[in-house]
Design a binder for this molecule. Structure first.
Ligand code: IFM
Length: 466
């Protein structure tokens, strides 16, 4: 492999900085009812006609449940420090309450031990959306009882394997669960009620805080936190109407979660905006939500642009657009991280997801994805930029290790740095994975070169600018 000399990417990243790749249970495991697993709301939602773009489901996905060992070898081959994955709640406690499923618990315990044996830190997420169907039958996240079932679930996982976990994340992207799941209904469980969505959102946040308290009370060894999907919301124009729209959308996306986590209250303007749809709170709820965290994760993909004239068409900006229709806007990640650090007393931050769905070019067994490499490299540089401005960052994780089930988009959108041929389940490292591994290798070995064929012009600029 030919090399050309470049400064090592991200010169201001400390040696302790955690580099990782991320996945989630429903998106890769398959084995939908193997070994006593119960159904989840996503198993049910996939059966609804028209719910998934390609009418697919997660029954087989990437067969990770069977292939976990070779998948972990793949993770190790990248040279990352950490692997972020989620536990399928209905695999370990099929009904969400009642009996636990030993075989399911064993699977995750083997996974955790397999990571440690390979020198990789396990970053475990409890809720990456696949709620047990039996809990949905009782109201799901809109029902306060689910909060207590979640706390029990958190305690059970921590008791079984918390001594070997680097971190436990309570929820992945509560905004998505509540708004897309209960308000617009384009995600499971497919409900369309703003009042239910806001109640669900409150219960997610409450269950986060109460879990932290319960896990600390039982002496958890893992560091505890939450992961939010956030974007800077920019006004389309300077007009007062667009500015007001941006403030409103920022309130619903960012302040709705960050204010209770760090300031102990919901933003008043949004509570007023919601009117009768604002959630019902019990005494003590807000104090519980504010329970201090050890770390916090941010999933960043793009900025958001607000216009009083309706939805913003990303094509107008002239920026590159991913297959999801999202603008490539790395500056937004710096802006977001700096804003979180400035406006809130945040714990150390991670980018727990970042990546893009792009069309891959499969040629003679090689998978070319220059756009994805550029995307990742530029966003890593955006993290470095935030760190130069004083933001305490602890890690960066690519979404995703593998091409996988992209929720309502099915298998049509590929986010992996590793290509999956769904007909054969063959995994092939894309150029972006080769580049990421080479960059990590170069950093670890204090080398001055990154392999040329893995580096594109924009990635190179990001590297040299770092
Ligand atoms: O695939 C998802 C992931 O499950 C949560 N964050 C966004 C990703 C891309 O849409």
């Amino acid at each position: 492999m030919k090399n050309y000399p470049v400064p090592i990417l991200g010169s201001n990243f400390p040696a302790s900085f955690v580099w990782g790749v991320a996945t989630s249970a429903f998106q890769i495991e398959g084995a939908a009812d193997a070994d006593g697993k119960g159904p989840s709301i996503w198993d049910d939602f996939c059966k609804q006609p028209g719910a998934i773009a390609d009418a697919s489901d997660g029954r087989i996905a990437c067969e990770h449940y069977q292939r976990w060992q070779s998948d972990l070898d793949l993770v190790a081959s990248l040279g990352v420090d950490a692997y972020r994955f989620s536990v399928s709640w209905p695999r370990v406690r099929p009904g969400g309450a009642g009996a636990w499923n030993e075989k399911g618990l064993d699977f995750y315990e083997r996974l955790v031990d397999g990571l440690l044996a390979r020198g990789i830190k396990p970053y475990l997420t409890l809720n990456h959306w696949d709620l047990p169907s039996e809990l949905q039958a009782k109201g799901g996240w809109a029902d306060r009882d689910t909060v207590h079932r979640f706390v029990e679930y958190a305690q059970g996982i921590d008791t079984r394997m918390g001594d070997r976990l680097a971190t436990i994340t309570t929820h992945n992207e509560p905004w998505v669960v509540s708004v897309l799941g209960y308000e617009t209904g384009i995600f499971a469980p497919g409900i369309k009620s703003r009042a239910a969505a806001m109640q669900a959102s409150h219960h997610l946040m409450l269950s986060h805080g109460l879990s932290l308290q319960a896990l600390r009370a039982q002496g958890s060894k893992a560091r505890l936190g939450i992961v939010l999907n956030l974007s800077p919301v920019q006004a389309a124009t300077e007009s007062a109407a667009d500015q007001a729209q941006a403030h409103l959308e920022d309130g619903k996306l960012l302040r709705w979660y960050m204010d209770p986590l760090f300031k102990g209250h919901y933003p008043e303007d949004i509570v007023a905006h919601l009117g009768a749809d604002a959630p019902t709170l019990h005494a003590g709820d807000l104090a519980a939500i504010r329970t201090p965290m050890d770390f916090m994760g941010v999933n960043y993909y793009s900025r958001s642009v607000a216009s009083a004239n309706g939805p913003w068409d990303a094509k107008q900006s002239g920026l590159p657009i991913t297959e999801m229709g999202w603008e490539v806007y790395p500056e937004g990640l710096t802006e977001l991280l700096v804003r979180m650090h400035t406006d809130y007393p945040v714990p150390p931050l991670y980018v727990t997801e970042n990546g893009g769905a792009f069309k891959d070019l499969v040629q003679n067994g090689v998978v070319h994805d220059a756009d994805r490499t550029d995307y990742i490299a530029r966003h890593i540089e955006a993290v470095a930029q935030a760190m130069r401005q004083g933001v305490r960052m602890e890690g960066y994780m690519v979404w995703s290790l593998l091409d996988n089930f992209e929720w309502a988009s099915g298998y049509e959108k590929r986010f992996g740095i590793v290509h999956v041929d769904y007909a054969t389940q063959k995994r092939t490292l894309k150029d972006s994975a080769v580049w990421f591994a080479a960059m990590l290798h170069a950093r670890k070995n204090k080398a001055t070169a990154v392999p040329q064929h893995t580096t594109t012009a924009a990635a190179q600029t990001a590297i040299e600018g770092a």
